[in-house]
Every structure is written in C-alpha cells, then in structure tokens.
Design a protein around this ligand. Structure first.
Ligand code: PHE
Length: 357
C-alpha cells in the first residue's frame, strides 16, 4: 500500500496537465484501478485483517483523490497565472502618439456650399443613390429614346430574366432629388441637394463616382435673373473674392428651358489659375429654368409656378478652390493625400468665421 501511495503521489506531482491527471485517476482510483483491485481482495481476508486493511485502503483512496484535486487546482492556477502574465498590460506606459483624422475636401466643400446657400434661404434635401429610371430620367423629361440617356453612361442594376420590377440605376446626377422633393413638399421651395452620383467614366477629371450639388428654387415669380444673382453671390462667397462675374452660354438640358452653361471669371498667371479675376472663363455648372413637364411630373402646376435649377460638381469646385490637380486621388484613400488636403476636424466652415481658414 505504501508503494502504491508513493507511486501515485509522485505521478500526480509530475503530471503536467489535466488529461495526464485524469489518466492517473482512472489507473489509481477508477472502477478498475489498482485501489479497487485491492479492495476486491478484502473479500478473501479474515474479518480481523479486513478491519485493518479496509480503512487503510479507504484512506489511501481519499489521499490520492484529494492529491489529484489539489494538483488540478494548482494546474488551473498556473494556467491563469500564465494567461495573466502573457496578457498583462502596463497601463502606465505612454499611449500611442495621437494621430488626428482630417475632414475630406468633399465633406468640407459640401459643408461650405450648404452654409452659403443656407444663408440665402436654401435647405438641404437628399435622395437615394439607387433610384428608378423614372426619377433619374423620365420625370426629368428624358424619354427612353433620348440620347442623353446614353451620354450619361448609366450603371443599371442587374435584373434576373423575368424580373419585371421597374429598372433601377445608380443615379447619374442629383436632379432626381428635384422631383422627389417637389413631390413631397410641393411649391414654393428652395433647396440644394448634395450627394454622390455615378457614371461609367474614368480619367484625370472623371471618376465613376463623384459628387454634385443640385439647386432648385420654385416660386411664382422666379426668373433667370434670380439664378444669376444667386450663383454670383455663391461664387463670391465660396471663392472668397468679391464680385465674381459669371457668363451664361446657351445650352441644352431636357429638364430646363431655356438652359445655360455657366462659366466663372478666371485668369492664368504663371501657370496658376486665379478665380474671380482676369478675362478667362471656366465652365462650372449647368442650369436653366425648370421645364414645365418636369414640374408637372412632380405634381407642381406649371401655370402657377416656375423656377430655376442648377447642377454643379462638388469635387470640381473643390479642385478649383484648393488647387487639387487629380480627381482620382479624391477616392484613393491615400493617407498622405488626406493629411495634405484634409481639413482640421474642429474648423467648421461658417460665413462669419471664414469658410476655409
Ligand atoms: N443634371 C445636369 C448634369 O448632371 C446638371 C443640371 C442640373 C443642369 C440642373 C441643369 C439644371 O449634367
């Protein structure tokens, strides 16, 4: 019995993990273990012998069992210690150097544009980037055969054969938000609609996703003169140059009549573009008086109301204002570019503090 005890206590002490301990338990005090075998021999003993050997065997069983339990607890403690050691964290170490994020030029310029137009009584309206071709085209007086539909290099959403839901597109411009807002609020109204738009196009000045801001003012006595004033106010505030001149060139959009492309005054000095001076012109937006059919499609009575609309590239005016050469870099997520062209997060643009400190 002493041999058994020494053997097993030594084995328990040396066990390196729980499964080794379990093997020892089965061998020693399991149903067919060595202690059980010894207990079976009790039957062959005389009652006197049994009275001495029985309690001793029981004590041996108890001793082995509690040694195993103690070792098990020890192993668990050691595992915990090991985990605590390896996962230990010195919270008194200095933290990682603070890195400050920046505001993307598109976000910054969207804020600037919104602040300027808010000052002129325009609120911000938004619409979905995935829209039906009715909102993107038909309601804007672009029927299915119209070449503008192809010119806009539209991304159509996939439709399985037999799926006859109306076709959806990635909106090619922010003009569908005109329709959605007029449907919702009726006239009169004054809104701008900034947001992402999509066209299949890619080079230094075109990316498949870019940003526009739509303007729409509908009331009972609105004319192109109001449009020109609003745009000149806007550009002077945006480029922070007093009295920027605009030039309206006759153009064509199916959703405006008459239509005009608008240029702003600029000059090139030593290869440097200056907005708001000189006698050069830079095209910046499309505009016009909202076509009566568009008002009608959106549930506004064209005999009672009329108004102007314009659409302008946000990324494009950001490039002009902040001298950013390549549009593609806007969407590359290159941290060096973002650090260079980004804006401090706490400098919210507003008209009084200056738009672009
Ligand atoms: N939607 C036109 C475009 O994307 C711009 C535009 C908007 C023109 C509103 C006139 C009026 O090119």
């Amino acid at each position: 019995m002493d041999d058994l005890k020494d053997k097993y206590l030594a084995a328990i002490a040396n066990a390196s993990d729980e499964s080794a301990l379990e093997d020892i338990r089965v061998q020693a005090v399991g149903k067919k273990g060595e202690v059980a075998l010894k207990m079976r021999e009790l039957g062959k003993m005389t009652p006197e012998e049994r009275q001495i050997v029985g309690p001793k065997l029981n004590a041996l069983k108890g001793e082995i069992t509690s040694a195993i339990a103690a070792k098990k607890a020890g192993l668990a403690d050691a595992a915990l210690d090991e985990r605590l050691r390896s996962e230990w964290l010195d919270v008194t170490l200095p933290g990682r150097e603070r890195r400050q994020g920046t505001i993307h030029p598109v976000s910054q310029v969207t804020e600037e544009v919104s602040a300027i137009f808010a000052d002129m009584g325009f609120s911000v309206a938004e619409g979905p980037r995935i829209d039906t071709d009715w909102y993107n085209f038909d309601a804007l007086n672009i029927p299915s055969h119209h070449p503008a539909r192809a010119e806009m290099d539209t991304f159509y959403m996939h439709r399985a054969a037999g799926d006859d839901r109306p076709p959806h597109v990635l909106r090619t411009h922010t003009s569908p938000v005109q329709i959605r807002t007029m449907e919702k609020t009726g006239a009169p109204l004054r809104i701008i609609c900034p947001g992402g738009v999509y066209r299949a196009d890619y080079d230094q000045t075109h990316t498949p996703m870019f940003h526009q801001v739509e303007g729409l003012a509908i009331d009972k006595d609105i004319s192109m003169a109001n449009l020109k004033w609003v745009l000149e106010e806007f550009f002077s505030a945006f480029f922070e140059v007093e009295g920027i001149k605009t030039r309206f060139r006759a153009s064509h959009f199916p959703f405006t009549e008459p239509s005009a492309e608008v240029d702003i005054q600029c000059s090139w000095v030593d290869g440097q573009l200056r907005i708001g001076e000189g006698d050069g012109w830079m095209e910046v937006l499309g505009s016009g008086m909202v076509h009566p059919k568009v008002l009608q499609a959106a549930g506004v009575d064209p005999y009672e109301y009329q108004g102007f609309a314009f659409g302008m590239g946000i990324d494009r005016i950001a490039m002009l204002k902040y001298g950013i050469p390549d549009l593609r870099a806007f969407f590359d997520s290159d941290l060096r570019w973002l650090r260079h062209y980004g804006f401090a997060s706490l400098d919210q643009p507003n008209l009084h503090g200056g738009l672009s400190r």
